[in-house]
Design a protein around this ligand. Structure first.
Ligand SMILES: Cc1cc2nc3c(=O)[nH]c(=O)nc-3n(C[C@H](O)[C@H](O)[C@H](O)COP(=O)(O)OP(=O)(O)OC[C@H]3O[C@@H](n4cnc5c(N)ncnc54)[C@H](O)[C@@H]3O)c2cc1C
Length: 709
């Protein structure tokens, strides 16, 4: 084997060496080919078979040794042999040559690469073993991928040589025909101006649409493969089955019904999902009660004497239930049925990409949309099973306010609930492993919020890694590691807010071998299509953003793509979010930290709320509006707002970013006085001020001085 490798290296060196030493490059230039076209055509007239054989051999050698010039050679085939024969000859020559290149590279490199990087390459190897021929076919269909690179890279994988040959020949056929066709037109061109003649342009345009055709063919082949594998029914009960009746499922089923397609929405628990029952709605309602309590506690600041309030916790929880009850009808089976959605109560199990079982009933369907959401993460921390822990699912069942509440997690949910319970009178300790809370935002946001939390009596333990939970008689405790020491915190209740795990288990995804991301979410492409092409996913189960508004946003794309074949890429152009603490924290686009991490050049403008009229009037003058733009330009890269109603204020930047409006447009719009919204305009004005044409001022000064004389 070693000798063979040495021989191959010597052969490659000899061929490539002669190519460069003898300047053989000139023979594969357009000018040379055109200058010799007459001679070559005469030879072909007299000796078709011989000329075809010589051409074939030269092409194979060039492809085998990755010698540049495949394009010119292909065009020449069109000029010499015409569309049909040219395509046949090039198709075989390029496939044989590519396979030779593949085998040479495999002999030289495959074992070395696999021995060295095998573990790293395992996911790729698995994919190639399963669908390698198909992947290669897809890549070959797109003439943008350099052929020699494809040969080389595929040689490093476990794909079989026979599969490589067949997939290459089929995949390159269309592109080959298009280039050969272009070549048959080139044969009639005597000058460069001829290159832009109509037929040639048409041929080249054909090359341009090849990727699109390729996509359609690939999609059709995928559908066929799926149909064969799972036995596609002749008729379907519905056009789509949507699994999960949270924000993502509700919106996608409404869109499908709105398009007059038949849709079945399967929900195993309550329509409305997490947002309505355990997420956005109860958390915002609880925060409101806490905020009112906090305002009353601070009534003196507003010139109000003797104000006071006692927290009636069951009444607070009753209020939350009432609010949910008022929203519930919007998401109810009755409403959705009236809007044309078939609501099916029960747990869905995907039997095949065309059949979903609910209870004893099997619903056949053309497509499936996964909208099964996520659930709170409860990692296996030692001793966790010994304590009565709460999550965002169960905290709403509390009947009395915990005296000492330990909140584990410094993300948005942990922060909102810490502040809400703290404002209502619980003694809250919040633990976070990272050095700061709200770590997704810029450090100045975390700093401001930490100060605020501490001033409200919340004990913040950042940089503390929870090591274990335990019980000591009646008392429950947590021990966290901090700077090499153990810190112990006793609590009455502990709330875990450590992130949310996508619901992907137990309803048939494993059996279909649907790919998951490293984070455990369903892997989707930019059409929200899973690894099974007629199954789409949206919302928390797919991510990457676990917000209700993103679930609804994705739902539109998932529904449209499920109905009409993957055609609209989901857009994440201006994704906003807010943490509804007091003050609120809202963001769209890049933070300063992200811009730095991604080496994106930026400028920052900022409007602090300290002296903002409306913020002062409301006694809520903590915070700022901060906007990132590219240097010298007013295009908005990102905006962060900390302040009261930040979640509303950010909307102006979302609109501007979505429609490509810069800070100049925000500055030019009239904002009502006195509002918090004006803070956006002042930030935009700050940008304008920084970019005034200062060179003009001395001239203006002189001009106006002269006017006064
Ligand atoms: C405390 C908290 C506060 C939050 N606050 C906000 C906020 O202020 N703003 C915001 O944008 N987001 C917020 N979120 C996030 C928001 O709730 C989620 O992003 C949103 O609910 C996701 O919607 P979804 O449709 O993807 O999933 P879900 O709402 O979880 O719905 C999934 C549904 O699928 C059902 N299901 C699962 N498996 C099956 C099956 N096999 N068969 C049938 N049915 C099934 C479940 O029963 C569930 O009803 C908050 C979350 C929490 C926990």
């Amino acid at each position: 084997m070693k000798k063979l490798r040495v021989l191959i290296v010597a052969l490659i060196a000899a061929v490539l060496g002669s190519y460069f030493v003898f300047d053989l490059e000139r023979f594969v230039s357009l000018a040379f080919v055109q200058s010799q076209l007459g001679v070559l055509q005469d030879f072909r007239e007299e000796n078709f078979a011989l000329s075809a054989a010589i051409y074939f051999l030269v092409y194979v050698v060039m492809a085998a040794f990755s010698i540049p010039g495949a394009l010119i050679m292909t065009l020449l085939a069109g000029a010499l042999f015409g569309l049909l024969w040219g395509t046949v000859i090039v198709s075989f020559a390029s496939s044989v040559g590519a396979t030779a290149a593949f085998l040479l590279a495999r002999t030289l490199l495959h074992d070395w690469v696999q021995n060295r990087y095998g573990a790293l390459l395992e996911p790729i190897n698995r994919g190639i073993r399963k669908d390698g021929g198909f992947y290669l076919f897809t890549i070959r269909m797109v003439p943008l991928f350099p052929y020699f690179l494809v040969n080389l890279l595929m040689s490093l994988t476990p794909i079989r040589a026979g599969t490589f040959y067949v997939a290459s020949q089929l995949g390159m056929l269309l592109g080959t025909a298009v280039f050969v066709n272009a070549g048959s037109e080139l044969a009639r061109i005597s000058s460069l101006s001829g290159l832009v003649s109509g037929p040639v342009l048409f041929s080249i345009a054909l090359v341009g649409v090849t990727p699109l055709l390729a996509r359609l063919i690939v999609a059709a082949l995928q559908r066929r493969k799926l149909a064969r594998r799972y036995g596609k029914p002749r008729k379907f009960d519905v056009n789509a089955v949507v699994i999960g009746g949270g924000a993502a499922g509700l919106v996608s089923s409404l869109i499908i019904a709105g398009a007059k397609a038949k849709v079945a929405l399967v929900e195993k628990h309550r329509m409305g999902g997490d947002c309505l029952y355990t997420g956005c709605v109860p958390s915002k309602s609880l925060l409101r009660s806490g905020h009112v309590k906090q305002l009353i506690d601070n009534a003196r600041e507003y010139g109000l004497k003797d104000a006071g309030a006692k927290v009636d916790f069951p009444a607070v929880m009753e209020r939350i239930r009432n609010i949910i009850a008022r929203i519930e009808p919007h998401d109810s089976p009755e409403r959705f049925t009236s809007l044309g959605v078939e609501c099916v109560a029960g747990e869905a199990f995907i039997e095949s990409p065309y059949a979903v079982r609910v209870g004893g009933r099997t619903i056949t369907t053309r497509t499936i949309i996964l909208a099964t959401g996520a659930r709170p993460l409860a990692p296996p921390i030692p001793g966790l099973d010994q304590v009565d822990y709460l999550t965002s699912d169960t905290v709403w069942n509390l009947e009395s306010l915990p005296g000492r509440l330990l909140v584990v997690g410094g993300g948005p949910i942990g922060c909102e609930l810490s502040q809400a319970f703290g404002n209502l009178g619980a003694k809250v300790t919040q633990v976070e492993m990272a050095p700061r809370i709200m770590a997704r935002e810029d450090p100045e946001v975390s700093e401001l919020m930490s100060e605020r939390f501490r001033s409200q009596g919340i004990e913040l333990l950042t940089g503390h890694r929870v090591a274990r939970f335990g019980r000591d008689g009646e008392s429950q405790f947590m021990e966290a590691e901090h700077g090499g020491k153990m810190v112990r915190v006793e609590f009455d209740k502990v709330l875990l807010a450590l992130g949310r795990k996508p619901n992907v288990e137990g309803f048939g995804l494993e059996e279909l071998d649907i790919s998951l991301t490293a984070a455990g979410a369903v892997e989707v492409n930019s059409y929200l299509q899973t690894s099974v092409p007629n199954i789409f996913a949206c919302g928390d189960v797919a991510g990457p953003y676990q917000f209700t508004h993103m679930a609804s946003h994705q739902a539109w794309f998932a529904a449209m793509n499920a109905l009409a074949g993957a055609w609209r890429k989901v857009s994440y152009k201006a994704v906003p979010w807010a943490t509804f603490t007091d003050p609120e924290v809202a963001r769209v686009g890049l933070s300063e930290e992200e811009a730095k991490a991604r080496n994106i050049e930026y400028e920052v403008v900022r409007h602090p709320l300290k002296m903002h009229d409306r913020a002062l009037a409301d006694g809520a003058n903590e915070g700022f509006v901060k906007v990132l733009t590219p240097p010298g330009k007013d295009r908005i890269l990102g905006a962060t707002i900390v302040g009261q109603h930040a979640g509303e204020l950010i909307g102006e930047f979302v609109l501007a970013m979505t429609h490509g409006m810069g800070l100049g447009k925000i500055a030019a719009a009239t904002h009502i006085y006195p509002t918090m919204l004006e803070a956006n305009k002042f930030a935009a004005n700050a940008w304008r001020k920084n970019h005034l044409p200062h060179w003009v001022f001395p001239w203006l000064e002189g001009h106006f001085r002269r006017q006064r004389k």
